[in-house]
Design a protein. Sequence first.
Lengths: 356, 251
Amino acid sequence: MSDDSGGFLATGLGRSLANNWAAFFLLLMLVVFSMTGQNFLSIVNFQNVVHLQTVPLLLAAAETFVIISGGIDLSIGFVMGLVSVSAARLMQAFLASGLPVGWVIVLASGIVLVGSLIPGLINGIIITRFKVPPFIATMGMWGIANGLALKLCQGFPVAGLPDALPEMGNGYFLYALPGQFMSLFGKPSWFPDARVRELWRLIPFSLPFILAILAVLAFALKRKRFGRHTYAIGGSMDAAVRSGIDVDRHVIKIYTLSSFLAGIAGVFNIFQTGIGNYTTFSAMYELFAVAAVIIGGASLSGGKGRVWSSAVGVLVLAFLENGLAISGVQPFYRYIAVGVLLVIAVVIDKLFPNLR
Amino acid sequence: MEYVLETRDIVKRFGGLTAVDRVSIGVEAGEVLALLGDNGAGKSTLIKLISGVYRPDEGEILMGGKTVRIESPIDALAAGIETIYQDLALAENLDVGANIFLGRERMKRSLGVLKVLDDPSMALEAQKVLDRLDIHIPSLKSTIKTLSGGQRQAVAISRSIYWDAKVLIMDEPTAALGIAEQRKVLNLVRTLKDQGIAIIIISHQMYDVFEVADRLAVMRRGVKVGERVVKDTSPDEVVGLIVGSETVGKH
């Protein structure tokens, strides 16, 4: 089947609809939930959803590169947990040694971010040098990272970290009480904590943070040689090899990037929650990341996908959960909806193979 | 005349199997050499040795009379040896320009600092090389996926000659094409030949060989069993060489 098979698809509207159906679906969902759920359509709710999706957005971006290259990375969820727990343990140790809080945070975060390159590097080397399928190689890391994280934290979230972490991670650029006062980067200290919900809080710190990361990644994918080669490897491994691209090296870089982004997610997680969380099995971060990427229009056979589309995929899943909950629908329907959406995404991919 | 590309007693073994056994071939500028042989005769292995996919166990490869070390596809490309495989090895999800420049992308500075892909200039160059070969493709922005077999072949050929190939190796260039497109590709081969490129063609189609080739070399079980000037031989004699009964057609 090609895109001139259907008259509608030949039109500009048809094409852009089929190409960006996830975005249209997201809009449709926002409209419907605005009618069915009280307070769904509010800045507070939207800010909350996006803020809480910072981690899934990072993981979906990581998975986007891997999936475009024709692979899959199952380890990102547990690598994130391992990084969180490691950072928390390091912070505890640094605090105990009497280091100033600022240094504790910067040093621990820096060390674990560098360390987060290692799982991906190992994944990449195992996949390229030993020709282990990515599914298996990263599933190995899935187990290893999970085990290491649980060993490090002994099965409990790591607490006793600086209060500054969640204050920064959940802070907003602007705080205001209409007609009375306005302050930047934090609420005035005289304003009681108990009444913080009365404040207008606008633009969470996490928003420009995640937008900047996604923008850099989207740019690298679309405008840099790195991205072009990623598409080429996923589109045709032979073409990539024969045109002289060092495919092994590139694939190692992609898995390393993936695990680094999981590392950023792990560090962000500490800032968001104020504790070092290990990743639970039921979280299924990696599977939701894959689902988001596929809903965003990528193909598991590789060669297709976009960073912003994957972000739309994350938001589709997030607003689905949020909107259903606000509309009073029992939460397990969400899983059914996710399943249906996922299959629809793949069917669309198969029906219109020439879309990108 | 001197060979542009030459192999001397080149050998490749896979375990106990000798896929290419002391084969010496050469091709001159503006000449088309056809490489013939039955399935498993070692043609493809020989081609992969020349294009750097495999490394030879023995023997040497010469370019312009000088020994060159070809240990990877990049070495071959750098030496001016371009190969078009039967499957073309195009990235179907990328457009024409991106394919022609794959692995050797043109970059420009955006806002004076960041180096980014220069897609407009790559598309322009793609158009130029397609014009030079008199190839028409509806839209350079369309992905390879949407092109016909002949158009894909044309893109693959354009990619090769854009990089000033001295030697062009084509593996079954007409195998997957319709009659009209076969003609076009053979015409392309003549155009390239006139532009002074040395061409090696692997083909099963005797018609193609007698249509465009100047010389032919026949392989059987890894060994070169014969070499003929095309105008001094006949399809019958060539078939005899391929299947191993030189007497076929002699009566």
